[in-house]
Design a protein around this ligand. Structure first.
Ligand SMILES: NC(=O)c1ccc[n+]([C@@H]2O[C@H](COP(=O)([O-])OP(=O)(O)OC[C@H]3O[C@@H](n4cnc5c(N)ncnc54)[C@H](O)[C@@H]3O)[C@@H](O)[C@H]2O)c1
Length: 346
């Protein structure tokens, strides 16, 4: 029988819940949950019959039973908790995005390398059958090349206020954009060439955010041109009023021969394919749980002594694009991606 790994889940908010569920579905044992909010942690522990509850992540990580640390914490904690888990010789599975900057990444990578542990990064949405179907269509030339890929998000100011903190989760370009930037790269099979973006803080006068000293950009129009000639566009605003009802547009991709439409990275049941004057509904067999799927892949690699399939490289590619977008917004200039990577040490 395959080894049943013992996992400590740190952070019991939305992703903590998904991780406990996903690790269970994958057949592993969550031995502890940890949160500074004991009510949340206790509720999750009793829902899934988790034996131990901690409020201090160092205690949970130091527990000799824990073999894997599953990090579901706000972005500013990804680096310190990864470094601590590695120092205790634990494998790490960390939620996206990787970190806020390349200094943090360097600390995380050094700690992981020194300890000889594995580090997996959570980009479960990129495993969606929708992404793979679009990737196949593009790379087989079914839509023609180059393609234009458009993604959109419009939402009320986020109830989790840390999302709006430039020193916290750093706004939608960092927090949500990462799902789209990894998807563009996957579908195009290519690296960025240039980045151009405009951005603003639409919610700057909202009193709900007045306590945050440095607000993140919450609204942006972003265009990334890839080496392949394909274009990724991401348009986002998290600056809308509470209970705002207007929905984002669904994802679209089109080239000289056809197009596709649907929620590509949301594990969709079907996608629309347009070829010439024809329309077809493509039915997709989705995974039961993308979280379970990403844990299966991580554990297969661990069991076989291979590196984690999604790890620092994917996180660094996405971070480099994210920081290039911030730079373009700040300067009003197009950022050349290769020069930018040299400048930031990517
Ligand atoms: N993969 C995805 O689709 C996806 C979706 C949402 C969020 N995320 C990522 O998951 C991470 C967590 O996001 P979330 O939505 O679950 O946030 P959340 O706010 O719902 O949960 C975070 C939890 O961490 C706890 N916490 C904060 N500081 C702590 C500390 N020092 N020690 C212990 N617990 C602490 C908070 O009390 C909270 O319960 C973020 O990096 C986010 O970007 C990923």
């Amino acid at each position: 029988m395959e080894k049943r790994w013992k996992v400590a889940v740190i952070g019991t908010g939305d992703m903590g819940n998904q991780h406990v569920k996903g690790w269970n579905l994958a057949g592993h044992e969550v031995v502890s949950v940890t949160d500074i909010d004991p009510e949340r942690a206790n509720e999750l522990a009793s829902k899934y019959g988790v034996k131990k509850v901690y409020s201090d992540y160092k205690e949970a990580i130091g527990d000799p039973e824990a073999e894997i640390v599953s990090i579901c914490l706000p972005l500013a904690l990804h680096a310190p908790v990864t470094v601590y888990a590695a120092s205790q010789g634990k494998h790490i599975f960390c939620e996206k995005p990787l970190a806020r900057n390349f200094q943090e990444v360097a600390e995380m990578e050094a700690a992981v390398a020194k300890a000889g542990v594995q580090f997996g990064l959570g980009f479960q949405r990129n495993l969606s059958r929708g992404v793979h179907t679009v990737k196949e269509a593009v790379q087989e030339g079914r839509l023609g090349r180059p393609v234009v890929f458009q993604c959109d998000s419009v939402a009320q100011i986020r109830p989790k206020r840390v999302m709006h903190d430039a020193d916290g989760n750093a706004g939608p370009i960092m927090d949500l954009g990462c799902h789209y930037f990894v998807m563009f790269q996957t579908v195009f099979g290519s690296l960025p060439k240039t980045v151009y973006a405009r951005g603003q803080i639409m919610a700057k006068d909202r009193e709900e955010l007045a306590h945050i000293p440095r607000l993140a950009i919450d609204t942006a129009q972003i265009t990334v041109e890839y080496e392949s000639g394909d274009i990724g566009e991401f348009s986002v605003s998290w600056g809308m009023p509470p209970d705002f009802k207007m929905k984002a547009r669904t994802d679209r991709i089109y080239g000289p021969l056809g197009g596709m439409e649907g929620g590509f990275n949301g594990n969709p049941k079907s996608l629309k394919l347009y070829e010439g004057n024809q329309t077809e509904e493509l039915k997709l067999e989705g995974y039961e749980s993308l979280h379970r799927e990403q844990f299966d892949l991580f554990i297969n690699a661990l069991n076989e002594g291979n590196p984690a399939p999604v790890s620092f490289e994917a996180g660094k590619d996405v971070l480099a694009v994210t920081l290039a977008i911030f730079k373009s917004i700040e300067t009003g200039q197009v950022v050349d991606y290769a020069s930018w990577c040299r400048e930031i040490g990517r």
